[in-house]
Design a protein around this ligand. Structure first.
Ligand code: ZN
Length: 588
């Protein structure tokens, strides 16, 4: 970073006739105000390639800012006069300046925690490596929740060889130690016998469950639980083990700092607590505290997990009370609800709701709401001006969610609330156009759109081939007029937007390319991670592009993102991140 400070000569002084006292006073006053402005942190950033995400001026070379706002964008000449003569000059040295990145689905607090605990970060280990990792995690205490070993970020392929987990963790030296392996997808887990016993999960318990919940617990040939737990079944584990020793405030601070280092200056937190917590929402309180302490340099939009099968009125009331409680908090807005339409597609969990049964189980997965109830819920929330952000992975979940939104629009007309569906792993062609017709934003984690082991080993053998080909249909949705917003689902996977951009335009994973016709262009991906994600957060008027009047949130990167190859773009580094006109992260 090169920051120079110098005063541009004020040529107007030369024209002042010395005898013209009133004019001189007037000019002195205006000069004084210019100086005052200079101290009010005016800046000109110049000599860069500024990729604005704005249709009006897609690329510029200079931008002026005053305080936390952008004043003008254009050539150095054109922006020079828009701020005072003492404006700080920041030479971008030919580097690339972008709007601060916006992530439309990011669990920043859980992400921060994942940086502070024992986590595998989705790396698939052999049994031997896993045993070694577990011992180390106990030794360093990073993996301990009280007396229980808790390892996060576990790759879903681990569940395929459940017998080897039983072998490893129900024997010496782990058999007197509680062990929890939590899937990186946060929908799955495996626990050993110590934890099963403590949670009261045994054959008798599973027998008493309704069919809809039985499938959340894996069983062996003798009908005994084998330790696999998914979806809502995990709540029993959570209640039986000690809480994380990481203070949520520390996790949030760590998460926010990390996201700044990736150039992310805004995100939608898709599970900022649960309506069940009522007004005592610890998640929102953490953000609130961090904002008060001025340790959160980002805009946060929050949605609270709700259950579409339950009464919408009381859940709306909870969110309205939360909005009231935090209405004065600058930097955090509570927009509405997160709803789960289904689970995940991977074997053995297979809780994603699909239109054609899984080849192994002949089941259609779990639609987690009653479609009729979701319709009523969405219509009620929309009427109360609350946003609904839906997790939908299987095509049946996507279709039913769109059906609900169609009903909502038919009841309420087109309110300007940008409801969104996230993940969208399988979408049937008949649904492509409905996104633009119904004005529903597609929030997509395109880092997942490739032939990796998740897709090739855990999905392909069990999914109807027609559905397999319909995975992550980004370009089809875009061509049908959908707005695609970038999202990471961090800490489920990397939050780095450049890794997602690389994958979206190659779709090439370790095991091949997934439907090459669905590749996205660079420009569309940059829009997805800036202006389009701002729309999901209902903030597109104030952030998401480099335009006059918007907040000065920028990221300076070391590559020309409009020119470099796909292989190069994923190696792009953030030089610094600016939030509201202040540099909040700088490399080195
Ligand atoms: Zn998520």
């Amino acid at each position: 970073m090169s920051v120079q400070r110098f005063t541009i000569r004020n040529d107007r002084f030369r024209e002042v006739p010395s005898q013209s006292i009133p004019v001189l006073i007037c000019l002195l006053l205006s000069t004084a105000s210019l100086f005052a402005q200079g101290t009010r942190s005016e800046k000109i950033l110049f000599n860069g390639k500024i990729v604005t995400s704005s249709a009006r001026t897609p690329v510029a070379e200079a931008v002026s800012i005053a305080g936390d706002k952008i004043v003008a964008v254009g050539t150095l000449e054109s922006v020079r006069g828009t701020v005072g003569d003492r404006a700080e000059l920041i030479d971008l040295q030919g580097k690339c300046l972008l709007p601060g990145f916006i992530d439309s689905h990011n669990h920043a607090i859980g992400g921060g925690e994942s940086l502070l605990i024992a986590t595998l970060n989705d790396v698939l280990l052999t049994n031997k490596e896993l045993g070694k990792f577990a011992k180390e995690a106990i030794k360093t205490k990073r993996g301990l929740r009280g007396d229980v070993l808790y390892i996060g970020g576990v790759h879903s392929s681990t569940w395929v060889s459940v017998d080897s987990l039983v072998d490893l963790f129900n024997k010496e030296p782990f058999n007197s130690q509680g062990v929890v392996l939590r899937g990186s997808d946060k929908h799955t887990a495996w626990v050993n016998n110590v934890v099963l016993n403590r949670a009261g999960i045994n054959a008798q318990f599973i027998r008493t469950l309704p069919d809809t919940e039985k499938k959340y617990f894996g069983i062996n040939n003798a009908n005994e639980p084998n330790g696999l737990v998914s979806e809502g079944g995990y709540r029993k584990i959570d209640e039986a083990i000690p809480a994380s020793p990481v203070r949520p405030l520390d996790a949030a601070e760590k998460g926010a700092q990390y996201l700044s280092s990736l150039g992310i200056t805004a995100w939608l937190d898709p599970s900022a607590g649960n309506v069940r917590e009522g007004e005592q929402n610890s998640h929102l309180e953490v953000y609130n505290t961090l904002l008060h302490q001025k340790k959160l340099n980002a805009h946060v939009a929050a949605v609270v997990v709700a259950n579409a099968n339950e009464d919408p009125a009381s859940q709306v009331e909870v969110v309205k009370k939360l909005q009231q409680r935090y209405k004065a908090v600058e930097g955090m807005r509570i927009l509405g609800f997160k709803i789960f339409a289904d689970g995940v597609l991977e074997y053995p969990t297979q809780t994603a709701a699909v239109s054609i049964p899984y080849l192994n189980s002949k089941q259609n997965g779990s639609l987690m709401f009653d479609p009729q109830k979701f319709k009523e819920f969405a219509a009620f929330a929309d009427k109360e001006r609350l946003l609904v952000h839906v997790h939908a992975i299987g095509d049946r979940a996507v279709t039913e969610t769109l059906n609900g939104f169609a009903y909502m629009r038919s009841q309420n007309g087109n309110t300007d609330i940008p409801h969104s569906i996230t993940h969208l792993q399988i979408v049937v062609p008949a649904d492509f156009k409905r996104f633009s017709h119904l004005k529903i934003i597609a929030s997509m984690q395109l880092l997942w759109a490739n032939a990796d082991s998740y897709v090739v080993d855990l999905v392909k053998p069990y999914l109807d081939p027609t559905l397999y080909r319909r995975q992550y249909p980004a370009m089809s949705l875009l061509s049908a007029g959908a707005t695609i917003a970038g999202a990471s689902d961090w800490p489920v996977s990397s939050a780095n937007p450049f890794e997602a951009i690389h994958m979206a335009e190659t779709r090439r994973g370790q095991k091949g390319v997934l439907e090459v016709k669905e590749v996205m262009t660079r420009v569309e991906m940059l829009k997805a991670y800036t202006i389009n994600a701002a729309k999901v957060m209902m903030m597109e008027k104030s952030i998401g592009s480099i335009e006059s009047g918007k907040q000065a949130d920028f990221v300076l990167v070391d590559k020309d993102v409009l020119k470099v190859s796909s292989e190069e773009v994923k190696k792009t580094n953030v030089v610094w991140t600016m939030f509201g006109g202040k540099i909040i992260y700088s490399r080195q």
